[in-house]
Design a protein around this ligand. Structure first.
Ligand code: ASP
Length: 310
């Protein structure tokens, strides 16, 4: 297994399948009354979050605790980072306490990679700016594999604010590695520059017409419109975005009835996804959340269980 998990590029197809197999076993732990395994007893994991998070942070925390690790949470607000301490000083300070695993979320792309060069601890990227969010991609692909059997040859549409989305960047890599045929859909203003060349080399399709893509999709992943990362006007009005690119009630009817609908959360209901779609029987949104814990248990287990304490 890789030493750190910074990007989906760190994992081979076999390693992804290995993570999925362990996650399936961890999923069974979730159903037990006593949800504890001793695998990481004596290990310390720090969740260091310099950006807001509900699901990812609590999911990593639960995952670590169910594996019996000691888990500590640090967020930018309330830490010395808010007093002007540099990222390097903060992580070196924390790691000097004898930390085995560092789960980091940071608004700067490349932050996790940089931190991995400074510390001895195992580093897991929990989202670095607009770059990558590998555990989200793993849990999305795992959720879809469980629903669809296999991803080989399956048509997966990734729709929405692609420019600002680390979920898309990790997701498209993971899904294509597993054999899915991915089509990405966004308004021209939210399509990342250089997408045509990237799609050619990476082997996915680009489309600007959601209504053309939806009826053929075996699964659809809606992405959040990331207003906090937008400095200008990317679309004339929320209404116009919804009309062109929202998974509305009308569009839900175009989807195959068994095609899972995914969203990494948090959802802007009524903007990129209608309540009817978010709550539809074919929605996989809550399955993604529960898979998130199993995947993160599996990742922490593979990266830390065999590690000698430095
Ligand atoms: N929760 C995901 C992330 O942290 C997706 C989102 O925020 O839209 O990237």
């Amino acid at each position: 297994m890789t030493r750190h998990l910074l990007s989906i590029d760190d994992l081979s197809v076999e390693q992804i399948q290995e993570i999925f197999e362990t996650a399936a076993e961890m999923h069974d732990v979730q159903r037990r009354e006593v949800k504890k395994l001793p695998a990481l007893r004596g290990r310390t994991v720090i969740n260091m979050f310099f950006e807001d998070s509900t699901r990812t942070r609590s999911s990593f925390e639960i995952a670590g605790k169910w594996l019996s690790a000691d888990v500590i949470n640090i967020s930018a607000k309330g830490s010395s980072a808010s007093k002007g301490e540099s990222l390097r000083d903060t992580v070196l300070t924390v790691c000097a306490m004898g930390v085995d695993g560092l789960v980091i979320r940071h608004p700067a792309s490349g932050a996790a990679q940089q931190v991995s060069e400074w510390v001895d601890a195992v580093v897991v990227n929990a989202g670095d700016g607009m770059h990558e969010h590998p555990t989200q991609a793993l849990l999305d692909a795992y959720t879809l594999e469980r629903r669809l059997g296999s991803l080989e040859g399956r048509q997966v549409a990734i729709v929405g604010d692609l420019t600002h989305s680390r979920v898309f960047r990790s997701g498209v890599k993971c899904l294509t590695k597993l054999g899915a045929e991915v089509t990405v859909v966004a308004p021209p203003t939210l399509m990342p520059s250089g997408i045509d060349e990237w799609s050619r080399t990476a082997g996915f399709e680009v489309n600007y017409d959601l209504d053309e893509v939806l009826p053929k999709a075996d699964a659809v992943m809606m992405l959040r419109v990331q207003k906090e990362r937008m400095s200008g006007g990317y679309f004339p009005s929320p209404r116009e975005y919804t009309v062109g690119y929202g998974l509305t009630r009308e569009r839900l009817a175009q989807l195959k009835p068994d095609a899972p609908i995914c969203h990494p959360g948090p959802m802007n209901r009524g903007l990129e996804i209608a309540a009817d779609a978010a709550d539809a029987a074919q929605s996989a949104v809550l399955e993604q959340v529960s898979a998130g814990v199993a995947i993160r248990m599996s990742v922490l287990y593979h990266l830390l269980a065999g590690e000698e304490t430095p």
